[in-house]
Design a protein around this ligand. Structure first.
Ligand code: PGA
Length: 263
């Protein structure tokens, strides 16, 4: 597989704020981020921020009002358009706020809120149907890595998550490889290990959706991405971006991650 630039895939650097930043803090964070990022950055990479639901409208207003080319993202959604699902948010509601990317199947949703592969697949299809781009997360637990079943686990998640998604749609979406043991732990997969699994993911995409989809699908790495380790991860041929949690909360750190080319 050709390296990212040769593959023509524009890297996507996404900040997943999880349950951090109220809407006032969110406004300040995107404003500060926008002061630090330059046209050269936006030319080189796509950037998205994924605030909590209560911040989306405020962040949308700042991004659109100030013409900031950072994409608005969400962290989660339901798969139905509407209905009796107390506490849930639907894909069309997000689309109305000009949300571009929606994370589906983050390991915290899978492990803490019982989301399984079938639910993730329903969400991926619903997000696409609403005209947005899913960032579908996959990744293994530490026990699976130690048992040598990482490739098997991640491949099964990719296959299940992409069921009944057309080849064209698969080619346009984003898959985030997030080894669960690396999330919020300060432990990062080595660039070689991360590349190996991202290569496996691209291979599975090729099997289920064809070579063309495999060449265009963007694969992010996530799990303790920091300003100091981004460049070496991004140098890997099958890593096309990063899904950043803790390192995206501070606009100084996140802008340095986005600007990894200068590290
Ligand atoms: P982290 O989280 O960067 O804090 O490890 C990554 C994620 O969960 O998306």
């Amino acid at each position: 597989m050709a390296p990212s630039p040769a593959g023509g895939r524009k890297p996507l650097m996404s900040g997943n704020w999880k349950m951090h930043h109220n809407h006032f803090e969110a406004i300040q964070t995107v404003q500060k981020l926008s002061y630090r990022l330059t046209t050269a950055d936006y030319d080189a990479v796509d950037v998205s921020v994924h605030p909590p639901f209560t911040d989306l409208r405020s962040v949308q207003t700042v991004l659109e009002g100030d013409d900031v080319p950072v994409a608005l993202g969400a962290q989660h959604c339901h798969w139905e358009d509407k209905g009796a699902f107390t506490g849930e948010i639907s894909p069309p509601m997000l689309a109305k706020l000009n949300v571009t990317y929606v994370i589906a199947g983050h390991s915290e949703r899978r492990d803490l809120f019982g989301e399984d592969d079938e639910m993730v697949n329903r969400k991926v299809r619903a997000i696409l149907a609403a005209g947005m781009t899913p960032i579908m997360c996959v990744g293994e637990h530490l026990e699976e890595r130690e048992a040598g079943t990482t490739d098997e686990r991640v491949s099964a998640q990719v296959r299940a998550g992409l069921a009944d998604v057309s080849a064209g749609q698969v080619g346009a979406l984003v898959i985030a490889y997030e080894p669960i043991w690396a999330i919020g732990s300060g432990r990062t997969a080595t660039p070689d290990d991360a590349q190996a699994v991202c290569g496996v993911i691209r291979g599975v995409v090729s099997e289920v959706a064809g070579q063309e989809a495999a060449e265009t699908v963007r694969i992010q790495y996530g799990g303790s991405v920091k300003p100091t380790n981004t460049a070496e991860l991004m140098a890997q041929p099958d890593i096309d971006g990063a899904l950043v949690g803790g390192g995206s909360l501070d606009p100084d750190d996140f802008s340095r991650i986005v600007q990894y080319r200068e590290a």
